[in-house]
Design a binder for this molecule. Structure first.
Ligand code: SF4
Ligand code: SF4
Length: 317
């Protein structure tokens, strides 16, 4: 990742009034950069560690009516128009990696956009504190997400320490694929850790998430043991045919149940909300034809978790 200035991070966006990212009403800060490559990722714009050009052709009004992005400082050949009646812009994605705010700022319709910008701790907290009244009312706070927020560990630790000083509850969403030292540095400032157990079988993990899961599982075990006073919630996005089997759910339960600080295990049904963004980034969405998990599957798998936690009804049902 390109080195960010001290006290800054590459942030995608800040989302207000989130209700699924920890207790109460929360403000979620999405940081850019991820060490996994999940084929179902609904935030593909969060993966690469630099700002990225996005292009929505349906908003382009064409070269004749506009054409502003085709003039300098556009990197030569990155944006172009084909001969013919349709004079809307095309992107040569191989040449677009250096497109920056100077390229997108000229676009009057929002067809061109940049995912990711550098932000300071003060800027984030100024926005987060706008929701202060909601936190106090609901027991909410700030959640750092991504991408993998822990890859920008210095920023996360400093931001959450400052949030704590201001009395704001803190949470992170992590997929755990980071050096242990990053987790160890940030967790003292975190009240709740929402952590993914995507796939327990190592070979399937490599195939669908693109990485080895040994470091992830080792990090979680060390985190449960090193920070017994923290609250952990395990989560699995359920992808049909990938991890919607009872074996996976039981393997996760066997992993987490010995630890009293892992207070819940949540299942999140797969969705395709991020599909359009693949097109905006010039990428292919490989799971295009994947079905959504049927409600009966979710119910059956949640029942196994309820039983393991000694509950009769799931809080998610
Ligand atoms: S500046 Fe925007 S609207 Fe104008 S031609 Fe370029 S992409 Fe299309
Ligand atoms: S860990 Fe999350 S952000 Fe990273 S690739 Fe997987 S789904 Fe996307």
């Amino acid at each position: 990742m390109e080195q960010q200035a001290k006290g800054t991070a590459l942030v995608l966006n800040i989302q207000h009034f989130c209700t699924n990212d920890g207790p109460g009403i929360r403000t979620t800060v999405f940081l850019k950069f991820c060490s996994n490559r999940c084929k179902w990722c609904c935030n593909p714009e969060s993966i690469h560690p630099k700002p990225e050009l996005a292009y929505n052709v349906s908003k382009c009004i064409g070269k004749k009516a506009c054409g502003l992005c085709l003039k300098p400082p556009c990197p030569e050949g990155a944006l172009f128009v084909l001969d013919g009646p349709d004079d809307r812009v095309h992107v040569n994605w191989d040449l677009a990696s250096d497109c920056g705010p100077e390229t997108t700022a000229v676009c009057p319709t929002g067809a061109l956009n940049l995912f990711g910008h550098e932000t300071t701790i003060d800027e984030v907290l100024a926005e987060v504190e706008q929701d202060d009244a909601f936190y106090r009312e609901s027991g909410g706070g700030i959640t750092l997400s991504g991408g993998e927020c822990l890859l920008q560990h210095d920023f996360c630790a400093a931001l959450l320490a400052e949030a704590h000083k201001r009395g704001i509850n803190t949470a992170i969403e992590t997929a755990g694929n980071v050096p242990w030292e990053f987790m160890q540095q940030v967790l003292p400032q975190v009240d709740m850790v929402l952590h993914d157990h995507k796939i327990t079988d190592p070979e399937r993990h490599k195939k669908w998430v693109g990485t080895d899961n040994r470091r992830i599982l080792d990090n979680y075990k060390r985190a449960y043991e090193t920070f017994p006073e923290k609250t952990f919630i395990a989560r699995t996005p359920i992808i049909p045919g990938v991890n919607d089997d009872e074996e996976h759910i039981r393997a996760v339960l066997a992993f987490i149940r010995p630890y009293k600080n892992v207070v819940n295990y949540e299942l999140l049904p797969y969705h395709r909300f991020g599909e359009a963004k693949y097109g905006f980034l010039g990428r292919v969405y490989e799971l295009k034809d994947f079905p959504l998990p049927p409600p009966e599957t979710m119910q059956r798998l949640r029942a196994i978790i309820d039983e393991a936690f000694g509950r009769t009804t799931s809080p998610q049902s």
